[in-house]
Write a protein that binds this ligand. Sequence first.
Ligand SMILES: [Zn+2]
Length: 222
Amino acid sequence: MVTSGLLSSIPGVRHGFGSAESLVPAELDPVWELRPAKRQVHGIRVAAISEPKHEVGDADGFHTRVPGLPVSIITADCVPLLLARRDGSQIAAVHAGWRGLHDGIIPAALAAMGEGTTVVAAVGPTICAACYEVSEELAEDFAQRFEALPREVVLPTHRHLDLRAIAEYQLRASGVEEIEHVGGCTCCARDAAGEPIYRSCRRGDRGSQMHSGLYITTKGEK
Ligand SMILES: [Zn+2]
């Protein structure tokens, strides 16, 4: 399990990013069975979660203000993004692959969260630019879509997209100032024994992807 010091500093919020060893972070165990019933489709719909096992259909972002209800996403190379308000009053989990980043799921998620205190963000284990080669056409599409950014930030090397950098840019453009990156590359990070630390679609893993998520503890719970 991978955690963020920044998110850990938020009162009453528990979180975790999955890894190959623990596909569901242990921190989510107490509420895991209450997670929403969802289908991630690389879209930009963000669903409000208000009841246990909420059936939300197709969605790639989830937010809630209700204590005890987890919001989570499944990834294996895409950006797993966890958000929380500084006062712990609201949380969100966002699945942002190239399509979601391109179409704007991050600003969509922040808009869906509405008004409140400052939002902080943790960007979890994501495929690195060196491992993430895309087509010439997609690379050019991104360079134009994010022309406000230096080209070498979007595409550090020819046809290699930096999803983390694009996610951070979108967060900052939406007013999020505190951002922490945690975990390594889902594709190339290895442990001391040479085993992959994460699941990766690009590396060829099929099924059993990693879950990442968070929840607000019920009142009075430490
Ligand atoms: Zn890599």
